[in-house]
Design a protein around this ligand. Structure first.
Ligand code: NOJ
Length: 804
């Protein structure tokens, strides 16, 4: 079943049926002011932090309420509805609507009883408040009087948990007053006698507002209970039913901002207005509202700016292939998804309530990879930040606080860090993600100076980027398990594998092997002969160990427990076949061709399903070892044999590196949201963004996906597609082109910005092969092989690549 379609030109997903199987959301705003809005206007907003800056309230795990509601009421018939289908929820045979989720804006259109409404939700570029720009048109042939009411439910405390849980406190610090064109909410208003800079118990007065520009407020309400009325809900607020609000604020209990205006519309006439909300001092709020006096003009300009900004970001990498699903994901939705994970990490969605008040090390370093080809400067700032969260022993801080203070942080070796973050120990993989990320950044930009840039460590000391990477190698070398492979520590990529300090993880061993290959490139650049030798020796030893200990006839095992038991061997009753060691054996360059073929074939036979490859098989149930936490999940779910979608990205890459274009692309399609647009009732999640996992074949809900938007899937699949399928493989000195595509593709094109040049690449495949290079022309000149040295690039570079 399908609920909408992709509008390629506008880069929008258009929802044509509002009764979607789950709230389908969009992200608005920036790190200064974040806002999430669903196709039924449910959602919340926050300044800087989803945990500590919550402004508009949302009740998680409920009915997608409350939200940014706009009610319309015909004052003759007294009938009312909402500009989004919910919360009033009119009969869909009479109520027609469309929701257009675009890049950082959402537009909702509704037609009901001869009235057309259009509301555009956005956060203006560079601003920290939100705009709900509404246009109402009378499409009937009689004069209409319409009451328009905007409703914003404020939290009573900026801290999400305090607002939801500590009611004996949070309900008694809030009050609202009316200021002509706005409801002003004050928190801790009783402290208004304090002088500038003074605080009581770290508290002072602060303000939020909900205002109206473009029309006059006719009535208002600042008290949630008075607006809704006892035994009423968001679908039938008393204030809306009555046609006039009570003109009272709240003093204690729950605040809200509700503003009504009455407009009269001749047939064909339209009126435009803007509701505005944010956390601002009252004088600033007044200025903001005044800025929208001519809201039609102001909002049009702001939306245009927003669209050009985002489309400009996406323009750095665009493709045209025979697959519309692939194009829409790479050109728009996967890319936008990568920007959102880059900005919001795992902080705020409809699944994450915002309480993880910091950046997960591995997640963030991986997220960066998804935007390097689009916005390398943005990536650079975050890479610096993450390097500054590396402890001087080379390990990563498992959680990097939003208040991170490089050079002065406690580490997992300090009880205070453990107490504050809840992370009791180092994880084996965190700092190893730096290698591909830093390498990709330098290869994309040619910014070699970065290698020598000095960056502090998290706790003390500082070092060049090169030194940081060397310390990451030291960390793994200093944490080896009983066979001499990297220890599993508190976890590796898989949160549910506790292998401990004596246990060992094949995945981390492969990452470590790969890290050494990458660092050799840096060492060569630095002409650091001694270190090259060191890496060569250690890598050879490690390679031998992995080959001896981890290859099990047709697959790589998953690792060793603290007691030395093998995990993931062929004869295990459960979890005897794991996905990640197979794909990573290829990505790391360790697997021989024979091993790669066998292991990937086993993945295909044992793990693949129509929605993607499951993480392992069979699920844990009765035979889980002590550190196999996955057993806590229902079989077929999350790490317990779910389709953990991030791993699909590595599988795409591994197959593509082997030149298996058919399989690589098939793996893309299986789990690609856009490719499931007509199976929304199964997938349930938005058909335009990735989810963390899809329920596997052991679940009765096989195919249902979860944990939308904020997932490592976004960046990993992006890398799998761009580097793998499309074959864009920059290195320090140029660009290698090595597509791995479905045979039926005869031609595709890539428009890519690269090191200050613009490349227009046409790949032709008249002989219908999956991979290979027959000829390469750069600006008409034939080059040997499939590699373009940097010197051959010009401002506009025309590249023709013949696969066959
Ligand atoms: C989600 C976590 O955010 C991520 O860090 C982890 O790698 C995956 N789960 C797999 O366990």
């Amino acid at each position: 079943m399908r609920y909408g379609y992709f509008d390629e030109e506008k880069k929008e997903y258009v929802i044509t049926r509002p009764d979607t199987p789950a709230p389908w959301v969009n992200y608005l705003g920036s790190p200064e002011y974040g806002a999430i809005v669903s196709n039924n206007a449910g959602g919340y907003s926050f300044a800087k932090s989803g945990a500590n800056g919550r402004i508009l309230r949302y009740i998680f795990n409920q009915f997608d309420q409350p939200g940014r509601y706009i009610y319309l009421r015909d004052n003759d018939t007294k009938d009312y509805w909402s500009a989004s289908w919910q919360p009033v929820g009119k009969d869909l045979s009479e109520y027609k609507s469309e929701c257009h989720h675009g890049t950082a804006y959402t537009k909702m259109m509704a037609d009901y009883s001869g009235i057309h409404s259009e509301v555009r939700y956005y956060v203006p570029l560079g601003q920290s408040y939100e705009v709900w720009n509404l246009k109402v048109t009378n499409c009937s042939d009689r004069k209409r009087e319409i009451s328009v009411t905007g409703y914003a439910e404020f939290t009573n405390n900026s801290n999400y948990e305090q607002d939801q849980v500590n009611l004996q406190y949070s309900q008694y610090i809030t009050r609202t007053v009316f200021c002509g064109d706005r409801v002003r909410q004050m928190i801790h208003a009783n402290l208004d006698g304090l002088k500038d800079g003074e605080e009581v118990d770290n508290k002072n007065v602060f303000n939020r507002f909900f205002g109206l520009a473009g029309e006059k407020v006719s009535s208002w309400c600042g008290d949630r209970e008075k607006f809704l009325g006892r035994y009423h809900g968001y679908n039938n607020p008393s204030g809306v039913e009555a046609g006039v609000l009570c003109n009272e604020g709240n003093y204690n209990e729950n605040s809200c901002g509700a503003l009504s205006t009455v407009i009269t519309l001749e047939p064909g006439e339209s009126r435009e207005m803007a509701f505005l909300a944010g956390m601002k001092e009252d004088n600033e709020a007044a200025e903001i509202i005044a800025h929208y006096a001519d809201c039609e003009k102001t909002c049009a300009v702001e939306l245009e700016e927003l669209i050009s900004y985002w489309h400009g970001q996406l323009a750095h990498f665009q493709i045209r292939t025979p697959s519309p699903e692939f194009d829409t994901m790479i050109n728009t939705w996967n890319a936008y998804n990568c920007f959102m994970t880059f900005i919001w990490s795992r902080a705020a969605s409809f699944t994450y309530c915002g309480l993880r008040n910091g950046y997960g090390y591995r997640d963030t370093v991986q997220d960066i990879q998804g935007v390097i080809h689009l916005a390398p400067q943005m990536a650079l700032d975050k890479i610096r930040f993450m390097l500054s969260a590396q402890v001087d022993n080379g390990g990563g801080l498992p959680l990097v606080k939003f208040t991170h203070n490089p050079g002065h942080e406690d580490t997992p070796d300090d009880a205070s860090y453990v107490q504050e973050t809840g992370h009791p120990a180092y994880r084996a993989d965190d700092a190893l993600w730096l290698f591909p990320t830093v390498y990709k950044y330098i290869s994309e930009t040619g910014n070699f100076a970065f290698i020598d840039e000095v960056i502090p460590f998290a706790n003390k000391d500082e070092g060049t980027v090169y030194e940081h990477l060397k310390r990451a190698i030291d960390f793994s070398m200093n944490h080896l398990g009983r066979h001499g492979m990297p220890a599993g520590l508190y976890a590796d990529w898989n949160d549910c594998l506790r292998l401990g300090k004596d246990g060992e993880s094949t995945f981390v061993a492969l990452q470590f092997y790969y890290a050494m290959t990458i660092l050799k490139e840096f060492a060569k650049y630095k002409k650091d002969e001694k270190y090259i030798k060191y890496l060569e020796e250690k890598q050879e030893q490690l390679g031998k160990l992995i080959q001896e200990l981890c290859w099990n006839e047709d697959r790589f095992i998953r690792g060793f427990t603290e007691r030395g038991e093998v995990i993931g061997k062929r004869t295990d009753p459960e979890a005897n076949m794991w996905l990640n060691p197979q794909s990573w054996a290829v990505i790391s360059g360790l697997a021989t061709e024979r091993q790669a073929d066998l292991a990937l074939q086993m993945v295909y036979e044992r793990l693949n399903t129509e929605y993607g490859a499951i993480l392992m098989d069979p699920p844990y149930h009765a035979n889980a070892f002590d550190g196999a936490l996955a057993v806590i999940y229902n079989a077929g779910t999350k790490e317990n044999a779910g389709i953990f979608s991030q791993s699909q990205g590595w599988l795409i890459l591994a197959e593509a590196l082997c030149g298996h274009g058919e399989r690589a692309f098939n793996y893309f399609l299986e789990n690609a949201p856009a490719a499931q647009n007509d199976r929304a009732e199964i997938r349930q999640l938005e058909p335009y963004c990735y989810g963390q996992f899809t329920e596997g074949k052991a679940s009765p809900n096989f195919g249902r996906s979860h944990v939308h938007w904020l997932t490592g899937t976004a960046s990993t699949v992006m890398v799998g597609c761009v580097e793998g399928i499309l074959g864009m493989r920059p290195d320090f000195y140029g660009l290698r082109i090595a597509p791995s595509i479905p045979k039926e593709w005869e031609k595709f094109e890539i428009s890519k910005d690269f090191r200050g040049c613009h490349l227009h690449i046409t790949v032709k495949n008249p002989g219908h092969v999956e991979a290979g290079c027959k000829k390469l022309y750069v600006n008409g000149e034939e080059l040997p092989g499939n590699y373009i040295p940097q010197e051959k690039l010009t401002g506009e570079t025309e590249i023709e690549f013949y696969m066959s």
